[in-house]
Design a protein around this ligand. Structure first.
Ligand code: ATP
Length: 318
């Protein structure tokens, strides 16, 4: 077992990580660390490299170069020792439909190296923690999508890992089930588990993540607390220019030209133009209002706006 100095504070240390798929640099030399007990988010548009990063972290795919240490162990070299420190929840729950709920957990624990007795004991604990005791003997087919997701997370916790890696843990769930998963992830955090998760949901990132990395094209564009990242890139408030239905192409062109001349940060989303001002609390749009028929409103800035500014793309809609 190799222990590094970073193991004391950082459960995860990723350095210059690269993944090539032939000519494609799916992950392009990223570095970040995650502290013990932190929930860390990976956000990025489709194809940004989030899943590839997490697969390498989970030891499911070899890195082309760079290193990943989890709990002081080199993921590229430490085999089972490190795998037991990492619970993995992939986008597909991967539950065994031929086994009832408690057998799914016991088998996973047994394969992770627990004795049969310990696997049974641990199954009772995780079923209790995830409020699934009443479903212990249920068939997987009988579970709702939300329950399956909770069971997949419960299964990942069978080896009592220090780190839980989850790829889009609530994608496809209805809002109520999503809330239950969030509660459960909050409880895991309270219990001291370090979590890395990818998400397309801005509210999920803002609710759960202590810090997050915004990725695009295999690179990390920024890392920080959600509020910090928002303030840094888009300020406190966004001005929304709601263009009237009968605005002409010429008016739009004039407006766009002025926005460019004034070196404004702006994004066009259908009939709305969003104007942000990272260094100010509120963008002053007085020089723009006469250029086209519009109604100006202000709203608090959020991560979605950061996305538009950094990547030119929107996160997937709810
Ligand atoms: P999503 O949000 O859609 O899950 P992502 O950020 O997780 O996207 P990845 O799945 O990591 O992105 O993909 C990063 C890039 O690597 C994409 O261009 C993808 O097409 C490519 N890629 C991923 N897996 C493979 C593979 N096995 N072989 C070749 N290319 C791959």
């Amino acid at each position: 077992m190799t222990l590094t100095e970073t193991a004391v504070d950082n459960v995860v240390q990723v350095t210059d990580l690269v993944k090539m798929y032939d000519e494609l640099r799916a992950v392009d030399g990223i570095s970040f660390s995650v502290k013990r007990g932190e929930t860390f988010g990976l956000l990025g548009p489709n194809g940004a490299g989030k899943t590839t990063t997490m697969r390498m972290m989970a030891g499911l795919s070899p890195a082309t170069s760079g290193s990943i240490f989890v709990a002081g162990l080199d993921v590229g070299r430490s085999g089972r020792d490190v795998r037991n420190e990492i619970g993995v929840v992939t986008q597909h729950d991967g539950l065994d439909n031929s086994l009832v709920v408690h057998r799914n957990l016991e088998l996973h624990g047994y394969l992770a190296g627990l004795s049969y007795r310990d696997a049974i004991q641990r199954t009772k604990e995780v079923l209790g923690f995830f409020n699934l005791e009443g479903r212990a003997n249920a068939s997987i087919h009988a579970l709702s999508g939300g329950m399956k997701r909770r069971l997949a997370i419960a299964r990942a916790m069978m080896s009592s890992p220090q780190l839980l890696v989850m790829d889009e843990p609530t994608t496809g769930l209805d809002p109520q089930s999503r809330n239950r998963v969030w509660e459960q992830l909050g409880a895991l955090k309270e219990a001291g588990v370090t979590i890395i998760m990818s998400t397309h949901y801005m509210i999920e990132a803002e609710t759960l993540c202590d810090r997050l990395a915004i990725m695009d094209h295999g690179n990390i564009l920024d890392i920080g607390e959600p509020g910090e990242v928002v303030q840094h890139h888009v300020g406190a408030e966004v001005a929304v220019l709601n263009l009237s239905e009968n605005v002409t192409r010429e008016e739009r062109a004039v407006l766009r030209r002025r926005l460019d001349e004034e070196k404004r940060n702006y994004s066009e989303v259908g009939p709305r133009v969003l104007v942000t001002a990272p260094r100010d609390t509120k963008p002053d749009v007085s020089t723009l209002v006469g250029l086209a028929k519009m109604r100006v409103t202000y709203r608090p800035a959020h991560l979605e706006d950061v996305f538009l500014v950094l990547t030119g793309k929107e996160l997937r809609d709810e």
